[in-house]
Design a protein around this ligand. Structure first.
Ligand code: TYD
Ligand code: MG
Length: 451
């Protein structure tokens, strides 16, 4: 019989090689290959192969989704938790992953069985947290267990609708010789949980820690194994939390769910479009509000610009939350097509709230904020604006114009300066829309307002 030869697994991407190398040939990371016995390779599925059947005779079966009790979370997951699905929830330590899932577990336990397994905290600690959340009276079953086999056994006996595994990094399978958190462990444990979910129609939600680099600790490959990947994010120092779907087999990706961390757990933010908007009551030069789109819905954000006479050297161009190259382009267009020269000025622009705007709709509002700061004239604070600016000084339309306008109307804005093609077909009550097709025309229009 041939001797089982060792293989090497990369601790970053999970790739396999037959001989040790300094650099992983698959992901290019250095010093990440670890020896593993060949027996640790993923085994062939133990279930007997089912004969293939034509799609037309297969019924989708029971696909009724579980409501998590948090509409924002249901929205991100595509309308609730799908039975038999496996979801990975990633995020920085302390952001609120355990809190959110304990709240979800408590809600679902009202109607179906729920098992909450934690390898991180003792049952007493979980009970303490439940007390703080005001959900200590619910029927969530809690177990402090880090052995995978025992956990799957227990969950199979319970036949619940939901299994929460608090941190995949603390779960350990006896069939793999490495310690918890190693790549081979993560892969084996996740694969086993996927098998469990698919064979019992229990929904499984797995928590995963995120490394400093912002990826799920160790292996990106976990993302391939599961159905849905959610990331829990937060702006530094903010009590707002955003859940983002980066992969979803049962819904749209890049959906966002908004939450706020409170004294008694996470509370969903029902009307998030203005959470980044906390403006001073008095209009100030260099400030304007734009409507952007993030995660499938409109978001109002204040943009600020400061233009200052250059003291020495080359002029500075600093952009926070916006693309600096695009800003340089915009400055050139303003100079050439709107007669506003900022060549002898330092220019600073900022998207307030620490948010990153990756679309082009900020061109026009930033041009206005810059002009406002340069002339030291405040724009009325009832104005909103969006639009792309082209190199020939034309104002170009952006996607979802009407939806953005309706959101501005809902938030009580009275005037909107927008690209001509984004002007609504029917007038919007309470919102005067000024449509412009050239940058100079748009600037002219907005400054005539504050006259
Ligand atoms: P936690 O859910 O333990 O984070 P994770 O599981 O992602 O590591 O959240 C812990 C943080 O949340 C902690 O800093 C305290 C805070 N928190 C509240 O502000 N209010 C609460 O009701 C709870 C339970 C936690
Ligand atoms: Mg936790």
């Amino acid at each position: 019989m041939a001797r089982a030869s060792p293989i090497f697994l990369c601790s970053a991407c999970g790739g396999e090689t037959l001989k040790w190398q300094g650099q992983c040939p698959q992901c290019g990371d250095w010093n990440t290959l670890e020896q593993a016995a060949a027996a640790q390779r993923p085994r062939a599925p133990r279930v007997p192969l089912a004969p293939p059947r034509p799609l037309e005779v297969i019924t989708a079966g029971r696909m009724e989704r579980l409501a998590s009790g948090q509409e924002e979370l249901d929205r991100v997951m595509g309308g609730g938790i799908v039975p038999g699905s496996v979801t990975l929830l990633g995020g920085d330590p302390g952001i609120g992953k355990s809190t959110l899932l304990l709240q979800v577990a408590a809600h679902i336990a009202g109607t179906s069985g729920v098992l909450y397994a934690s390898g991180e905290e003792s049952v007493a600690q979980i009970a303490l947290r439940a007390q703080r959340l005001g959900i200590e009276g619910t029927r969530v079953e809690v177990v402090a267990e880090s052995g995978l086999e025992a956990l799957v056994e227990l969950a199979s006996q319970r036949q619940g609708a939901l299994l929460v595994v608090d941190s995949i990094q603390t779960i350990q399978s006896g069939s793999v010789g490495t310690s918890a958190g190693a790549v081979s462990q993560l892969r084996e444990c996740t694969a086993e949980l996927v098998r469990f979910a698919k064979s019992t129609a229990t929904a499984v939600i797995v928590i995963g820690h995120v490394t400093k680099e912002g990826t799920l600790a160790g292996p990106r490959m976990l993302e391939h194994l599961v159905d849905t990947v959610l990331y829990f994010e937060s702006e530094a120092g903010s009590r707002y939390r955003i859940v983002r779907a980066t992969k979803n087999r049962f819904g749209a990706v890049n959906e966002l769910g908004f939450f706020a961390m409170t004294e008694s757990g996470l509370r969903e933010v029902r009307n998030p479009s203005a959470i980044f908007l906390a403006r001073a009551p008095e209009p100030a030069a260099g400030s304007i509000v734009m409507v952007t789109r993030e995660g499938g819905r409109p978001l109002l954000i204040e943009l600020q610009a400061l233009v200052d006479r250059m003291r020495f050297g080359a002029p500075r161009r600093v952009a926070q939350g916006l693309d600096a190259n695009r800003l340089a382009m915009l400055l050139a267009v303003m100079n050439r097509h709107a007669g506003l020269s900022l060549q002898e000025h330092d220019v600073f622009v900022n998207a307030v709230g620490g948010i990153q705007i990756s679309e082009t709709g900020w061109d026009l509002p930033v041009a206005m904020a810059l002009a406002s700061s340069l002339q030291d004239r405040a724009l009325p604070n009832t104005v909103i604006c969006f639009g792309e600016v082209g190199l020939t000084g034309e104002v170009r339309p952006v996607a979802y114009g009407e939806e953005r306008l309706r959101e501005a109307q809902k938030q009580g804005f009275q005037v909107a300066v927008v690209p001509r093609e984004n002007a609504p077909r029917r007038p919007l009550e309470g919102l005067r829309v000024i449509a412009a097709s050239r940058l100079a025309e748009a600037l002219e229009a907005i400054f005539s307002l504050s006259r």
